[in-house]
Ligand binder design. Sequence first.
Ligand code: PLP
Length: 445
Amino acid sequence: MSACNNKESAEKIRQEILAKVKEYYQLTHANKSFIPGQSKISYAGRVYDDQEMSAMVNSVLDFWLTLGKEDQQFTKDFSQFTGLKKTLLVNSGSSANLIAITALKSPLLENRLLDGDEIITPAVTFPTTLAPIIQNNLIPVLVDCDEGTYNLRVSELQKAYSAKTRGVFVPHTLGNPADIAAIYDFAQERGLYLIEDCCDALGAEFNGQKAGTFGDIATFSFYPAHHITMGEGGATATDNTTLYRAMLSLRDWGRDCFCPWDQNDAMGACGRRFDWKIEGLSEGYDHRYIYSHIGYNLKPLDIQAAMAIQQLKKLPDFIRRRNQNFNQLYQGLSGYQDFLALPTTYSKAAPAWFAFPIMVKPQAAFSRHDLVRFLEERQIQTRRLFAGNILKQPGYKNIRCRVIGDLAVTNQVMERVFFVGVYPGLNNQMIDYMLAQFGEFIKRG
Ligand SMILES: Cc1ncc(COP(=O)(O)O)c(C=O)c1O
């Protein structure tokens, strides 16, 4: 058989396999029925069809495995979506946060951070938003949040500011944008770095501008709970090519070389692979083996990127459905505001809701515990607003930090807030069921 015939046969088999994947999807994954009271109403989950499964199988058949053409396509598409020039794929949102903060200490920067410099960030947070600040020998300065949005309270920024302040790290809590234009102005006026944790907020906007495009670096998570998924995964995005180079190096073992996956010619992407003169290294030392950062290996697989390409195409519809579910819940719960504080937004914010946060008011005759237990027994999943006041968490009790004020709202969040889902896997019938359960609980008194 000629090579040409082999190629044709292989392509035919590939198409047959992909057709079978589609058939398999229809038989096993599609059309899951909802039985009220029995089916779990998850707070989040992966939403997919045969396109994601086919894209992954297709990539497996290539057997390239490590980041390659799928990554190249995804990062291009993602940059087009965010409007930020450079996207770097990593294996989680936590890794994205880690390299974003670590990059601020890169020797490539003229104005890099030094040990002991301060970063302002909210005390109500996700653990791996705070962790990289500590891991980099920087000092977190923890501030309170606003009730209703649970986002960094802008009026705390000036109180938190000191001669040591070098940056602000701000999450957009649960897909609801922080007051980011004001935070941006504060950072700009003082020459601070601004990093946006958009892990829960892909596609959210403030004043018509995408969350993540205000700061120096944006971070994203593609864990199944988030707006799009690739299993485990995440990304950083930036317009700053120096920060991009630093993050690329940190992701890829700390190496200096920035050759793309398909650049295998002898001289490399820099055109001077054996021509670098670096103090302490012999002349012509192979650039592929020069390490300019103390790095990690935080790369995902190309197979995952293949899935993410398909997910990204669905993102606008996912966001629409998330917001629709949010609105349906909001309407249904608005009669209970004597007991339940519903979420609020800043006037210019256009959220891409990750979830629906609820605060049980102090005057309610029931506790959060009572309500959450009732809902869980009725198969409605609930979650806490991440770490609550992270300073109360065992791993964070004794961290070196500065705390601004009494964190009164943050402490309320820890004791009174929970959230339920709005993800696109929920339909009208499920939201109606959720609302009926809230109604029954409140009626019971
Ligand atoms: C605000 C925020 N930041 C960071 C992360 C970490 O992302 P990952 O789970 O992909 O590590 C999460 C996870 O849900 C998050 O909610």
